[in-house]
Design a protein around this ligand. Sequence first.
Ligand code: FES
Length: 107
Amino acid sequence: MVSQALLPENDPIRPGGSTPIGITVDGKPATGLTGQTIAAIMMAEGRLSWRRSSVAGEPRGLFCGIGICFDCLVVVNGERDVRACQRRAVSGDAIEFQHDELPGVAG
Ligand code: FES
């Protein structure tokens, strides 16, 4: 899958003006536009996965993109279990990755 930021003036649905916003992803600055989800900003930055599955440690990121699978969980400003595909980014958001071992499973 290839993703890239689409500038509003090139978007065929003409969403109107967008304002650049800045967030941090795992401590590194990332930029997006108002209205974009956290997942969209991370993917536009070239990141396709941002957590690992609990049992096998397989990479996970955007899967369904509609809030059903919970593969895209991140920590936003200290709040755990946020679905990156559903949360619109707000300037200043601090995104961190989360990985949880299953109880009783040695990592
Ligand atoms: S990608 Fe499935 S819930 Fe976010």
